[in-house]
Design a protein around this ligand. Structure first.
Ligand code: PA5
Length: 453
């Protein structure tokens, strides 16, 4: 089986010869620190050997639970935010048909909806309205079990599910994925007798897609989680500490990112795709790299574009705006479908010169043309290529990005596995809402606002 590949030549040309190679010792030290658990954040390395440690029995248990939900539900709502939903959404969107989820497709898969990731009143009202009269189930995902967005959504969905199906039947279609012991989601699951899965203590949210957090929704959607894990496992081998730097694509990606950041002032990485299905892969990647590297007033800002769509909106800035960016393109070598550019008798648009070519050939020339134009405009370009869009290669891509993120964060000399900054908004919000226990913060924030008037 082929592996995904990495081409950094169009980025390395922006650096002096030998620069990337000069990062080898740092990349190697970071990779070994992960392996030996001697790095900052070493209590959150449960993801490192996750693919090779998942047993067939565990996968079968996830599949059995997915089977129950698939049999009993026309809609499954995944309630979760951040690392508790982006991985599942990324994989399901990448592998799913762009349109059949709108109707009940002939594969008899339940529609998978994502909620619990915002506090939009209209969104939630429209969701509950949509679910009226439908046989729906809920996967409630929260590691802490206390996240406001998810807890609010779960309250609404639990009530509605029980009202529509009765308490007994609701118990069969509500699943909790949470901490082994702590948090409201655990207490509720134990009290109600829901089927539940544990998010390991040593796996942070953004690294949790290969735990039940990602695997259960993905299996519910009808995708082969064995193949996904197999791909991740093969990438685990391909990026092991004993793989030479020149062949280790994760170390190479980490090294070129750090070289561009520290030596050429490229402070923004735009991840770009030429397949709209990859939109949420980019959203997942943004969280992975943003939360891991954006600390101590350092870190490459992770941004994302969908091409060619965004070439008609962001293309001007990328081509001629401030030269603070580099670009990483995720490319799919062979599409799963076959569609030719049609011939038209009248040729009013003058495009008959393309008639008979595969649509993907046109897309690939758009991709190559864009990469060359952006490089000419001063934007270093990295390319990650997947032979096909399927479970196996998405599994490879997930592990590739995770391990490269760990290496890159350690090379940047931050703890890639914590996220202290995400608490700041929550503290203010709870103070403003007079949450019990936040009395001092409430007083301080209200005084501050009064003084600003
Ligand atoms: O990466 C993270 O830790 C966060 O994005 C969390 O996943 C997110 O805040 C959700 O947290 P929880 O799963 O505790 O509800």
């Amino acid at each position: 089986m082929k592996n995904i590949s990495l081409d950094i030549t169009k980025a390395a040309q922006f650096l002096n010869a030998g620069t990337v190679e000069a990062y080898e010792p740092k990349a190697k030290a970071a990779r070994e620190a992960l392996e030996n658990a001697t790095c900052a954040g070493n209590d959150f390395l449960g993801w490192l050997h996750l693919p090779s440690s998942l047993t067939p029995e565990f996968i079968a248990e996830v599949q059995a639970c997915a089977g129950t939900l698939r049999a009993k539900c026309e809609v499954v709502v995944v309630a979760g935010i951040g690392g508790s939903y982006l991985g599942a959404r990324a994989v399901i969107d990448a592998l799913g048909n762009a349109f059949t989820w709108l109707v009940n497709d002939d594969r008899k898969n339940p529609n998978i909806l994502f909620a619990g990731n915002n506090i939009g009143e209209d969104y939630l009202a429209e969701l509950t309205d949509y679910l009226k009269g439908k046989k729906f189930g809920v996967i409630n995902i929260s590691k802490s079990g206390t996240t406001t967005e998810t807890a609010l959504t779960f309250r609404l969905l639990k009530k509605q599910c029980e009202a529509q199906r009765g308490k007994e039947e609701a118990r069969e279609v509500i699943v909790a994925i949470t901490d082994a012991k702590r948090g409201a989601a655990r207490t509720c699951a134990d009290k109600e007798g829901y089927k539940s899965f544990i998010i390991p203590d040593n796996v942070g949210g953004r690294f949790s897609v290969l735990t039940p957090v990602g695997l259960l929704p993905i299996a519910c959607a009808g995708f082969d989680i064995n193949k996904l894990v197999e791909g991740a496992r093969d990438m685990e081998k391909a990026t092991a500490p004993d793989v030479p730097f020149a062949e280790n694509i994760a170390a190479q990606y980490a090294a070129i990112r750090q070289a561009l950041y520290t030596q050429t002032g490229k402070k923004i990485e735009i991840i770009a795709n030429f397949q709209p299905k990859l939109h949420y892969i980019a959203e997942w990647w943004k969280q992975l790299y943003g939360e891991s590297e954006g600390k101590d007033h350092k870190g490459i800002f992770p941004a994302a574009c969908d091409f060619t769509t965004d070439l008609h909106s962001m293309g001007q800035w990328i081509q001629e705006g401030e030269r603070s960016i580099f670009e990483t393109v995720i490319s799919i070598e062979t599409p799963n479908s076959h569609l030719d550019f049609p011939f038209d008798e009248e040729n009013l648009d003058g495009l008959n010169f393309l008639a008979g070519k595969r649509v993907d050939e046109v897309n690939k020339m758009a991709e190559l043309g864009t990469r060359l134009a952006h490089v000419d405009g001063g934007v270093p370009n990295i390319r990650i290529s997947l032979p096909k869009l399927n479970e196996y290669y998405i599994g490879q891509l997930i592990y590739f990005f995770e391990i490269a993120c760990g290496i890159s964060g350690l090379m940047e000399e931050v703890n890639p596995f914590n996220q202290p900054g995400v608490e700041a908004y929550k503290k203010n919000m709870f103070a403003l809402l007079d949450k019990p226990g936040y009395e001092a913060e409430s007083k301080a924030i209200k005084e501050r606002l009064a003084n600003e008037k």
